[in-house]
Design a binder for this molecule. Structure first.
Ligand code: PBG
Length: 336
């Protein structure tokens, strides 16, 4: 029960808002560079930084450029980088064999970053969509996204990433049983320290649109992902998914998208107390960029306010394309 507060004028809630010093003193949440995981897109070639039109300011980088980006992130104090491969239609197959190829550009990027920037943690994406001819996260048989055969492939993919040196495996596929299967395989292969950050409560969201452009999946995707990603109307199911993944061996869990699902973040944090992350996804990023490019909102202030909202909702960290920009502002002493 909340203690009763005195009535006006004994209580004047404005007293503790009167100056920056006092506001700082009573501030409940803080945003720091430690909170960020920076998603980056990697492609083939060399010396390439290719703009993504629906994500202004975000580029696809060749492996050498991703290494430079990792250096820059580590120098800013960003603790982790998350690698997403871009694959053109010509490199996509029905058997998705590229996904567990030790020489695919995601795995080459992992090895190159480990070598050059050993202090940054590397997270991966485990899902077949970037290698699949039809853009789905699992195998498609007669129009159905099949579960168990997809899990076998996802395990191979996760193992190839761990072999390459990944620190955090990020299954984003939403197949059932994949966390347990990946955990068992990692233990069996001597990767007991490799962590799993499960995209546990991942919704079938239209906010992923620009990301699918970024990884080359927009043109490829047939149909939608509603038979495996969650219905945006549900919250109890999010808790069941998080609980299931934690009991299968996830070290950390994620809610995705971010801002439209802050209620889920709070529920998850309060219910399980596990390390909880939110993904501020491509569509959220694109909306802030577009509105600020038009002069309709103040870019930096909206960016920082949106990131602080995740902390207030109980998140321990945020995957965000804003990571370097926000880190620079934090270093300059600017907060939300
Ligand atoms: C797919 C994956 C997606 C994102 C991360 N991993 C897209 C999807 O599920 O279609 C979205 C990230 C973003 O929108 O920023 N495995």
């Amino acid at each position: 029960m909340r203690p009763t507060q005195a009535s006006f004028p004994a209580t004047r809630l404005r007293r503790t808002r009167q100056s920056p010093a006092v506001r700082g003193m009573v501030r409940q949440n803080t945003l720091t560079v430690d909170d960020f995981i920076w998603p980056v897109f990697v492609r083939s070639g060399e010396g390439i930084e290719e703009p993504i039109p629906s994500m202004p300011g975000v580029v696809r980088r060749s492996v050498d450029k991703v290494v430079e980006a990792a250096r820059e992130a580590a120098d800013l104090g960003i603790p982790a980088i998350c690698i997403f491969p871009y694959t053109g239609l010509e490199d996509r197959t029905e058997d998705c064999a590229g996904a567990w190829d030790p020489e695919n550009h995601a795995n080459r990027a992992i090895r190159a970053i480990k070598e050059a920037v050993p202090e940054i943690a590397i997270m991966t994406d485990v899902a077949l969509d970037t290698y699949n001819i039809n853009g789905h996260d699992g195998f498609v048989e007669n129009g159905e996204i099949v579960n168990d055969r997809s899990v076998e492939a996802l395990v191979k993919m996760a193992l190839s990433q761990a072999e390459a040196g990944a620190d955090i495996i990020g299954p984003s596929d939403m197949m059932d049983g994949r966390i347990g299967a990946i955990r068992t395989a990692l233990e069996g292969a001597g990767h007991q320290n490799v962590m799993i950050l499960s995209y546990a409560a991942k919704y079938a969201s239209a906010f992923y649109g620009p990301f699918r452009d970024a990884v080359g999946a927009s043109g490829a995707l047939t149909g939608d992902k509603k038979t495996y990603q969650m219905d945006p109307a549900n919250s109890d199911e999010a808790l069941r998914l998080i609980e299931r993944d934690l009991t299968e061996g996830a070290d950390m869990v994620m809610v995705k998208p971010g801002l439209p699902y802050l209620d889920i973040c709070r529920l998850v944090k309060d219910t399980f107390g596990a390390p909880t992350f939110a993904y501020q996804v491509s569509g959220e990023y694109a909306m802030i960029e577009a509105a600020s490019a038009n002069g309709w909102v103040d870019h930096d202030r909206v960016m920082m306010e949106s990131l602080m909202a995740f902390k207030r909702a109980g998140c321990d960290g945020i995957l965000t394309y804003f990571a370097p920009a926000a880190a620079r502002l934090l270093h300059a002493g600017k907060s939300a």
